[in-house]
Write a protein of this length. Structure first.
Length: 203
């Protein structure tokens, strides 16, 4: 995720986690474009920042209602137990029926209960596309995808994968005049989630 938001003379730098209490609640400071659903699942949004924030608010409400329904039926589950594929379908449904034409598009990234990684991108109408290796959305997505196609190798270890992701993102973002100001990368493992901030072009 790049950290630059805005056009023309307007510029907001956002997308970072706030302090530890806000991180538990999935809040970010500045631009809200990443939602931490649980310790193994993230949702990112590209497009209009205000619509992304409204979508996150509605998604939190949906997950809360889901948690209440499951508790009412004594299933012993909660919203944080939602799987990446289930979240992808919920997001797709919400985009199609409530946010059609909103100018936002999501990426869902997470691990299933057995540790299988799930990557899902959608367009602004909620059309779902699952991939096994890498995905990219946004203004610099073509440059990022080109770098990924050239450098990605399957079955990389966590640290090597994180370094490669940062390298590809930085290569793509620095070739796009409306992206940049560094990036924030997340590594999701069965043990938890790690965040890395990388300095980038600052013009």
């Amino acid at each position: 995720m790049d950290r630059r938001v805005g056009t023309s003379a307007q510029l907001l730098v956002g997308g970072e986690w706030n302090d530890s209490e806000d991180e538990k609640e999935g809040k970010v400071k500045g631009s809200q474009r990443i939602l931490k659903v649980n310790g193994r699942l993230l949702l990112g949004m590209v497009g209009y920042d205000a619509m992304a924030g409204a979508f996150f608010d509605m998604l939190r409400a949906e997950l809360h209602l889901r948690s209440m329904r499951l508790e009412q039926h004594a299933l012993g589950e909660c919203a944080t137990a939602i799987t990446p594929k289930a979240l992808s379908l919920l997001v797709s449904h919400m985009l199609y029926y409530r946010f059609r034409g909103s100018g936002t598009a999501p990426i869902v990234a997470g691990l299933e209960a057995d540790g299988t990684p799930v990557l899902c991108t959608q367009d602004s109408l909620g059309a779902v596309s699952f991939q096994k290796d890498f995905v990219a959305l946004g203004s610099s997505s073509k440059a990022v995808l080109g770098a990924c196609e050239a450098l990605y190798r399957p079955n990389l270890e966590g640290d090597a994968l994180l370094q490669l992701a940062c390298r590809c993102l930085r290569a793509g973002l620095e070739r796009d005049c409306v992206s940049g100001y560094g990036l924030v990368a997340y590594l999701i493992t069965p043990e938890g989630m790690a965040r890395t901030c990388v300095q980038g072009r600052m013009d």
